[in-house]
Design a protein around this ligand. Structure first.
Ligand SMILES: [Zn+2]
Length: 323
């Protein structure tokens, strides 16, 4: 079944399908952690199932569903980069386009799901464009992307956009609790409201990494030596760490601007943050944030992340007034 926050999108495509008006290409967009790929796969299964239920979901027992279960359905294609974050290359799209033009083996739809479609390199996008310009009947392309701005406008404009948004927090918390996940409010806040990301935080070591970051920032604020801390931090996943550090600074800026009523990502550390607000100026916080944005925008991981962390912790220390 779809996630509760995807009902509107699901009903929309079901209505289009029933009216035989499903477009040849769909582009599923929205933040990470909202289940877009699960939605794409469910839609693909639903289109290929020979005995669809009334709500559009796949039956799970027909011969198509059985083949989908073991990833061997001849009319279902999944394209993704070899490694996450690497480019999807032109050969992969060419192969796909070649098999896509053949008639479907089951006599129904042929479905392609492109995972992280924004990872297609320029040649791959151009090759896909040809397929988009000359659609084959009964074929559906489902592109999934959390970063659609990276896709050429020529590709985007040929797809029907299906946006996914962050659910109401009450709905997300209810869902997380149904999955047996405690501390759901805090997790959801760290995941910027994306329920699957919140679940991933709970299930991985990321939450401990987050704790280590916050403890390090508080230690540096107490003028503890920072080299040892940088040595620990540099081994942790950089993109998450930079995002949380950004959130931490953003929380301080919000406290400057809105006082204690501010809505904080690090609500659990409100009293610690409140003390730090008095020691920082909004100007220096903005400058620190600019520094973080530059690091976040770097495409590749810097060679020496230990030095990077020493630098970040030193800047954090410098912009705090001593007590
Ligand atoms: Zn079925």
């Amino acid at each position: 079944m779809n996630y509760p926050w995807q009902q509107t999108q699901w009903q929309k495509v079901q209505l289009q399908q029933q009216a035989d008006k499903l477009p040849h290409a769909l582009l599923l967009v929205g933040a990470e952690g909202l289940g877009k790929l699960d939605f794409a796969l469910q839609l693909a299964h639903s289109l290929l199932c020979q005995n669809q239920s009334s709500d559009g979901s796949a039956c799970g027992v027909c011969s198509s569903c059985k083949l989908l279960e073991v990833d061997t359905h001849p009319d279902m294609f999944i394209v993704q980069a070899e490694d996450r974050g690497k480019a999807i290359k032109v050969d992969e799209i060419r192969q796909l386009s070649a098999s896509f033009t053949l008639t479907s083996q089951f006599g129904g739809y042929k479905v392609v799901v492109i995972v992280d479609a924004h990872d297609m390199n320029i040649n791959a996008s151009n090759s896909l464009l040809k397929t988009l310009e000359e659609p084959v009947s009964n074929s559906i392309l489902i592109l999934v992307s959390s970063n659609p701005q990276k896709l050429p406008i020529t590709v985007r404009s040929r797809c029907q956009l299906i946006p996914f948004t962050i659910p109401e927090s009450a709905q997300a918390i209810k869902w997380l609790e149904e999955q047996g996940i405690g501390q759901s409010g805090e997790l959801l806040s760290l995941a910027h409201g994306a329920p699957l990301l919140a679940m991933q935080l709970k299930e991985s070591e990321l939450l401990e990494n987050h704790l280590l970051l916050i403890q390090s920032l508080l230690s540096v604020a107490r003028a503890q030596p920072l080299v040892g801390l940088a040595e620990q931090l540099h081994k942790l996943p950089l993109s998450y760490m930079l995002n949380w550090l950004y959130d931490w600074i953003q929380d301080l800026i919000k406290l400057h601007q809105c006082g204690n009523q501010a809505d904080l990502v690090h609500d659990a550390y409100r009293s610690e943050l409140a003390k730090l607000v008095d020691r920082s100026s909004i100007q220096s916080l903005y400058e620190y944030q600019d520094q973080l944005i530059k690091h976040k925008q770097l495409q590749s991981i810097p060679l020496n992340t230990q030095l990077l962390w020493e630098d970040l912790l030193l800047s954090w220390h410098k912009q705090l007034k001593r007590v």
